[in-house]
Each structure stands twice: as C-alpha cells, then as structure tokens.
Design a protein around this ligand. Structure first.
Ligand SMILES: Cc1ncc(COP(=O)(O)O)c(CNc2co[nH]c2=O)c1O
Length: 388
C-alpha cells in the first residue's frame, strides 16, 4: 500500500466533485462579484446556491447571517474580538468564558484579550474530558459572563461537549453563546436552530472543501461582529473580495458532507471501531475518551513506553499519516493543553497519537494500518528503555 491518510481532523482531501465545481471560476467565470458588468453578475446565481447550501447544512434560518471568511481561526477571532470591541465602545467590562480544551485560535485569542484587560474564565473538564453545565454554573455566577465560547467537538480527542445544555445555561446566565463547530460539521448533525447558539464557526477544509475558506454563523438579533473593515462585501460585515471559487466549493462540500452524515456514522464509525478494537488488543494501550461521546472518525490512543513522535515517524516511514494532536501545535513536544486539561499523566499525554478517518478511508487501508501498528509497537517497545 502506497500511503494511508488518517489525519482528517487536521485537514481533508478536497472532494473531486468539489474540485470540479470550483474549476470554472479561475479562467472562465473569474469576475469580481461586486462588479456591475456581466463578468461580475454572472457568478451571483452559483454564489446564492452555495449560500443556500450552507444555511441548509447547519439549519440556519433565512433571517440569520452566515459570513464567508478565510478560516475558522478568523471566525473565532471575529466573535471574541468583535464582542470585546462592542464592550469597549460602550465603555463596559468584558467577561469571556472559554474552556481549557479550546483550539489555540480561541485559547490564544483569549490570552491576548486578557492582556488587554479582559476578564477570562477558563473552565476545566470533567473526568470524561467534557465541559458540562454543572462546571459552567460552578465557575461562573449568574449575570457575570458576557460571552461563553465552548467547542462542540474536540479536535484531538473527538469528544463531543453537551453544547445544547451549555447554550441554554449560558443564556439563563444572561450570556451570549458561541461554539467552535469545526470538528462537528460533516461528522455529526449540526442544527443552529435547535442549538440556539448566537454564533457558530466552521471551516471548509475539515469537510472535504478547500483550505482558506470558512463560515461564521450569526443568529438574527445577536450583536454584530466584525474584524475586517473596507469594502461592502458580506453587507459590510467582512470586507475583502469574496473568493468565489472557494465559496462555491465550500457550499457543495457542505451539501456532500451533510448528505454523507449517515455514512460517517455507520461505515466510517465501523472502520474506526475496527481499528480501535484492534489497538485495544495490544497490551498496555489506552484509548482516551469514551467511544459513545466521540465523533465517529476519531481515536486518541496511547501506547505505554512509546513516545508519540517516534511512533508517528515509524508510521510515516510505512506511509501512514497520523498526528499527536492539532497540527497547529504538533511541533510542540509539550503535552497539549487538551491532554493536560484532562489531567492525563505525562506518560500518557506524551505518547498520545490521533487517528482521524474520513468517508474516503477504505477497509484495505484500515487492514494495513492495523498490521503496521502491531509491527511498529513491537519494534519500538523492543528498543524502549522505559518499557518492560
Ligand atoms: C476545533 C478547531 N477550531 C479551529 C481550528 C482552526 O481552523 P482553520 O483556521 O480553518 O484552520 C481547528 C483546526 N484544527 C487543526 C488543524 O490541524 N490539526 C487540527 O486539529 C480546529 O480543529
């Protein structure tokens, strides 16, 4: 087998149908959509279809907003900095509540805001690695929080937070609620109408769309949030010429991913479970996070006595791509924030490896991965100074 890609939580392959849909917008229909001439107006119908697909994919109502941006990092920054700047204009304090397991695009933005005088509360997780309404109520008094931002699904563990209950609790406290749904869209059903959130972030390259385009849902009536000012694109809410090809690609990717949710939660889940069950048959192996509470494609596993980086290198030598956690921090050998928040021992945190499948993963790839992991674990443990 040539290569096996099992790092889909980092990024996914663009679906061939999405690539095909984007192609005409580079050299045939390449007009600026804000231009009044035919080169500009001729792209409007497909852009409207793309937007409709995004609304349908997350269950947004017509009166809500979806702002097309460059990525989820921009979307997360837009919400946190947008609410902050609104508070500044009103000369009012800003209390931001996040969790200790958020992606760096939330955690580091919160750190920066804190350096600017914002009060930041970082909620711990329970023994299952989840943020719960009880934890929120324990750490935040009613009326004190302005914005609660808790991720829907964690990029490293795949663990799914009870965001509907968290949203309801945040609203009961008088706070706005944002969720970073990057690892939820395309893996589990996402419906902002049912959830009731004020803001929701997603990113196309996590569900077989192109890198460099994302969306920010803003519920009707929620305080407007902006980060980039300039032209009148997105109704003035996000300046900058829209990447037409990417927007159309993201719209189709959203439709295809939503249509494939059953497949994700049957076949992909079966492949994941088959790999996980094989890993559990290897001695001194720990699977992090209960399967029932995880996205269907993700496994975070730790092999006692084996450093995660060494394991990944051996896998890579055999053509298998996985990761030790979020690629955005994989060069950092320090045990990742999520694993530290779960209070895993350093030994487990340093040996954790993430496998994340997709709808393009095959039975043969899983067979090869199982066979290879068995050989790699045996080799590395045979030369390990800490394993006996
Ligand atoms: C939960 C979550 N939020 C935000 C982002 C940032 O998205 P972007 O700005 O569109 O790239 C990521 C990317 N997560 C990962 C990137 O590499 N490995 C990961 O787990 C993510 O997993």
């Amino acid at each position: 087998m040539e290569r096996v890609y099992l790092d889909n939580n980092a990024t996914t392959m663009v679906d061939p149908k999405v690539k095909q849909a984007m192609d005409p917008y580079y050299m045939q229909q390449y007009g600026n959509p804000n231009s009044l001439h035919s080169f500009g107006t001729e792209v409007h119908p497909e852009m409207s279809i793309a937007l409709d697909r995004l609304y349908e994919g997350i269950g947004a109502a017509d009166e809500d907003d979806i702002i097309i941006n460059a990525c989820a990092t921009e979307g997360n920054n837009t919400v946190l900095q947008g609410i902050w700047s609104g508070k500044l204009k009103e000369n009012r304090p800003f209390h931001l509540v996040i969790s200790q397991i958020e992606h760096p695009s939330i955690a580091h933005t919160a750190d920066w805001l804190e350096s600017m005088g914002v009060r930041v509360t970082r909620l711990p997780v329970d023994e299952q690695g989840l943020v719960t309404p009880e934890i929120l109520k324990e750490h935040v008094s009613r009326g004190s929080a302005d914005l609660v931002s808790i991720m829907w699904a964690n990029n490293e563990t795949g663990l799914i937070n009870p965001v509907q209950d968290l949203c309801r609790t945040a609203h009961d406290m008088g706070a706005l609620f944002h969720t970073d749904a990057v690892q939820a869209v395309g893996k589990i059903p996402v419906n902002v109408g049912e959830l009731g959130c004020d803001y929701l972030t997603f990113s196309a390259h996590k569900f077989h769309g192109p890198k460099g385009v994302g969306g920010l849902f803003v519920k009707r009536g929620a305080p407007p949030v902006s980060l980039l000012y300039g032209g009148e694109q997105m109704g003035g809410k996000r300046a900058g010429t829209v990447n037409v090809a990417y927007m159309i690609g993201m719209g189709l990717a959203m439709k295809l991913a939503t249509d494939a949710l059953d497949y994700e939660n049957t076949k992909v889940r079966e492949l994941r479970d088959r790999l996980e069950d094989a890993l559990k048959r290897i001695p001194d192996t720990v699977i992090l996070g209960r399967r029932e509470n995880r996205t269907p494609n993700t496994i975070l596993v730790s092999f006692k006595g084996i450093e995660g980086e060494a394991f990944l290198w051996d896998l890579n030598t055999n053509g298998i791509a996985a990761s030790t956690g979020s690629a955005c921090s994989s060069e950092d050998l320090e045990a990742d924030a999520t694993l530290r928040a779960m209070k895993l021992g350093a030994d487990l945190a340093h040996t954790a490896v993430r496998f994340s499948l997709s709808r393009f993963t095959t039975d043969e790839e899983i067979d090869y991965t199982i066979e290879t992991i068995r050989k790699v674990v045996q080799r590395l443990r045979s030369i390990s100074s800490t394993y006996s």
